[in-house]
Design a protein around this ligand. Structure first.
Ligand SMILES: Nc1nc2c(ncn2[C@@H]2O[C@H](COP(=O)(O)OP(=O)(O)OP(=O)(O)O)[C@@H](O)[C@H]2O)c(=O)[nH]1
Length: 275
């Protein structure tokens, strides 16, 4: 191709113009424009050469598309089809809404209605379980709600809760059981959930007397957040199964506990004096 162009150039340069106009001289301007024209022709011819990888279509088209491809080439690997989001789904469709008001069960509707009019509220009791870390509060709740026991210790972080549903004399009833963290660093978080409790369960480890001694403080903290006399209080000893094999167990009497309780009402008052 280059040889052919060279021959064509020689013929173009050496041959005199067949019919030159008498008054037109071969000026340097004209020479320059001819050189520019030839350079254009050569560059067009070179760029029109097909690359090895490309199919032999129209040479000019192939050259053009090759140049476009190189300028648009992405940096990384191509994005797979399923990762391309061309349009977004509608923000609301009836199918996306799980429950509408008219789908509610009649009983639920009726209960909500009564609640709205203020005649009957939801029957719900809040239970708060407090006590030292590792005494078994979470285990106690899980045994009660799910009938499971986990030997692995996973510290409660802040608070956790379970809802246990009952039906008492045909009336639905829910126990909202709050499991609080025994670790000192979470105490300020947990204590925010003491308010409004109807029941306070103070738990201690039967194999660790110190945890019993600490129940006074736990109970006082929980009672402080509630109206006096508004809570039922329970003291629960855990890990009874370990008592038999616990070599260094100390004897303790019910009077060890810092509260004076009336079995008839279940209500407790802090015991004055030495523990
Ligand atoms: N053998 C025996 N182990 C128990 C019993 N109750 C709890 N444990 C174990 O004692 C450890 C602590 O129990 P948790 O229920 O996590 O204690 P916790 O009071 O909730 O602890 P915090 O969340 O840190 O306040 C776990 O490894 C339990 O498996 C029990 O009755 N018997």
């Amino acid at each position: 191709m280059v040889t052919a162009l060279g021959a064509w150039w020689d013929s173009f340069r050496c041959k005199p113009h067949p019919d030159p106009a008498p008054d037109v001289q071969d000026s340097s301007d004209a020479r320059r424009s001819r050189v520019a024209l030839v350079a254009l022709v050569i560059s067009a011819a070179l760029s029109a050469r097909p690359s090895r990888a490309e199919p032999r279509t129209s040479q000019a088209a192939a050259g053009l598309s090759g140049r476009m491809k190189s300028s648009l080439m992405p940096l990384g690997p191509p994005v797979s089809r399923d990762r391309i989001i061309a349009s977004f789904p509608k923000w609301y469709t009836p199918a996306a809404c799980l429950q509408l008001k008219e789908h509610f069960h009649g009983q639920v509707n009726a209960t909500c209605q009564r609640r709205n009019t203020g005649t009957v509220g939801l029957n719900l009791s809040k239970v708060v379980v407090v006590g030292d870390l590792y005494v078994g509060k979470t285990s106690l709740i899980h045994r009660f709600c799910k009938n499971v026991f986990d030997r692995d210790y996973k510290a409660t972080i802040g608070v956790d809760f379970e809802i246990e549903r009952f039906e008492i004399a045909g009336i639905p009833y829910s126990l909202q059981i709050w499991d609080t963290a025994g670790q000192e660093k979470f105490k300020c978080i947990a204590s925010a959930y003491y308010r409004g409790a109807q029941v306070i369960i103070t738990a201690f480890d039967l194999t660790d007397m110190q945890t019993l001694e600490h129940t006074r403080q736990w109970l006082e903290d929980a009672l402080r957040e509630n109206e006096p006399g508004s809570c039922f209080v329970f003291l629960v000893g855990t890990k009874k199964d370990l008592l038999a094999r616990h070599a260094s167990r100390r004897k303790w009497k019910p009077s060890t506990w810092p509260m004076r309780c009336r079995p008839s009402t279940g209500r407790c008052q802090p015991r004055r004096g030495r523990m």
